[in-house]
Design a protein around this ligand. Structure first.
Ligand code: ZN
Length: 243
């Protein structure tokens, strides 16, 4: 079994390659640490026509699209607190510092209610919540289909065989060893996120009745989301500026 290491190395490489074709889920994104999440966002923006000018995982992503410059910042995915004015102002400062035209703030856990006024008065700063990010993710993945084959190393002789991605069949290697499929595409789709090496531990919420204040806050959030959605239909989708 001297080819076990080669088998595993090839397998993780192929899982990473195939997973690039799987649209991540919002829950999956929430399990990421900040840098891998920012990398996912940078890759998405690239697919939407932006050219990155900073490291993909950088805390301030600078991109250009059709000669227009943007700065993107992203809230820590594990922090359940919505983003407020302070963070948006910090993004605005970064936009000025980079002499950019606008910015995107991505918060998987949404924004506080006092940011609505900011959003109205500062349309160059786009607030992107989890659902809007997922819309853009899906849009960016359109037309990308899973590769039909992937490679597996025969653990008996080290020869590479090719498996069909959607047929879970064993394939003989050149020496006639039967090599079973090394990747199950259904786990690939359900898999949380292979890029996150350390999933964030989230505390289980305790179950208790909601206070009146929480219900009011919830109702407010639903209303705010509806307003944002209506505005989203009227305005351009985020990250599409420059078209
Ligand atoms: Zn073999």
């Amino acid at each position: 079994m001297q080819f076990t290491a080669a088998f595993h190395e090839m397998r993780s490489k192929e899982i990473a390659r195939l997973t690039a074709y799987v649209t991540p889920s919002l829950e999956g994104l929430m399990t990421l640490t900040p840098a891998p999440l920012r990398t996912q966002i940078a890759l998405m923006m690239e697919r939407l026509g932006h050219t990155p000018h900073s490291d993909l995982g950088a805390s301030e992503l600078v991109t250009t699209k059709d000669g227009r410059k943007f700065v993107t910042q992203c809230a820590a995915p594990a922090n359940p607190a919505p983003i407020g004015l302070r963070e948006l102002r910090r993004l605005h400062e970064a936009v000025m510092r980079h002499n950019a035209e606008g910015g995107f703030f991505i918060s998987l856990h949404g924004f506080t209610r006092d940011t609505e006024e900011f959003e109205r008065r500062m349309p160059s700063i786009r607030l992107v919540d989890g659902e809007q990010l997922m819309d853009s993710m899906r849009r960016s993945m359109k037309g990308m289909t899973m590769p039909p084959t992937y490679k597996t190393v025969c653990q008996q002789c080290g020869v590479i065989v090719e498996h069909r991605t959607h047929k879970g069949e064993a394939v003989p290697c050149r020496s006639g060893h039967m090599v079973g499929p090394s990747i199950d595409p259904t786990t690939l789709i359900r898999r949380k996120f292979p890029l996150s090496s350390q999933p964030v531990q989230t505390a289980k919420p305790e179950i208790r009745p909601l206070t009146r204040r929480e219900i009011r806050a919830h109702n407010h959030n639903v209303r705010a989301r509806m307003i944002r959605q209506a505005r989203r239909h009227a305005a351009q989708a985020p990250f599409d500026q420059g078209n």
